[in-house]
Design a protein around this ligand. Sequence first.
Ligand code: UDP
Length: 456
Amino acid sequence: MEKRNERQVILFPLPLQGCINPMVQLAKILYSRGFSITIIHTRFNAPKSSDHPLFTFLQIPDGLSESQTQSRDVLLQLTLLNNNCENPFRECLAKLIKPSSDSGTEERKISCLIDDSGWVFTQSVAESFNLPRFVLCAYKFSFFLGHLLVPQIRREGFLPVPDSEAEDLVLAFPPLRKKDLARIMGTSAQSKPLDSYLQKILEATKPTSGLIVMSCEELDQDSLAESKSNKVFSIPIFPIGPFHIHDVPASSSSLLEPDQSCIPWLDKHETRSVIYVSLGSIASLSESDFLEIACGLRNTNQSFLWVVRPGSVHGRDWIESLPSGFMESLEGKGKIVKWAPQLDVLAHRATGGFLTHNGWNSTLESICEGVPMICLPFVWDQFVNARFISEVWRVGIHLEGRIERREIERAVLRLMVESEGEEIRDRIKVLRDEVRRSVKQGGSASRSLDELVDRI
Ligand code: UDP
């Protein structure tokens, strides 16, 4: 296929793996509908343009220092990126829209800008060019609606949560428990910057041309209905389903190189016999938590495939704190890699369960392959996703934050060996089928995509 020039869409992902993947998948969907694609991206965590030869990539400077790119404080990184990128983004957009007269190129027709809700300066920039802007919501929609209420909930005196109320449901933000919300709201030092950032997200989303939601009626019916009735957003909302199951060619947008030896290793295992363990691209562990997970997995005597990102164990380069002889003691039942081809791993017949941090991408990918989960959320929307998995859809087991070898061993055996695991597996297959149907012709997400394409 050739690059096309007719209707052009500009995409601008936040430079985080969990935001780059959906944006690139959305690009592929829109490309398949006849749009030409330009992706503006920061230097930090730049996507690999060579993986996507049909798209045009334009890099802008982001002003992050080496140490800032290494920071574990994502809120700080996002604040700095928003402060630093406005001018470079505006200049880049200006060149795209109005090429200089001496370049001999005519003014281009750009249909719209699509970017993440976490970019809070792009709405005013888009308005200054008269460019319609759509916001990509790569969260579960119930989280997206709920998290914008955090500043208000905080003002109403939510914190501290007494121990006696920790398990109570938060009525304004179901199905979260108060202990989950307390963790989402962060420490008092984080409260001011977080609340002001959320306020900016709300203000910059309200006047847009629409919200593109990586979810579907089947997963987010209540919150989609609520958003229509409470009118927080009077803009159109397009729940177009999990992006990666739309019928477009697969390609990786991994920032780290996936270790392809995972697949031949899985090939050697029985169907549904392996537990896959991955905590995504950001979560990190203390050394003692890392060792508890290692010992818990070993004690199950089940096969496991574990992604340990370099630098994700505090104070260590990789897995050198494992006791000597640990890998040998597994007798081939365990494999640890730095990054996995996750979609292929979850789709593999040998994968029988997923111990996950419940990032929304990972959660959707697991649902779409019918792989039941063990939930170990660390931050942010992961707490909401984990509650849906364990309590609403009942397609997984929640560890309730207990990173202890016995708890991990128990959860893995419940899921992989005991009859409870079979029931959970049956339920996730039903959910998988419903979600997959939504993107097929006539399904809710497919109809929503048609509407989005018309609107753009
Ligand atoms: N991923 C991957 N290989 C890995 C671990 C993760 O390809 O070894 C991908 C995964 O498929 C998902 C993304 O990285 O698309 C992680 O996004 P998610 O929202 O689950 O979590 P985050 O990284 O944002 O915490």
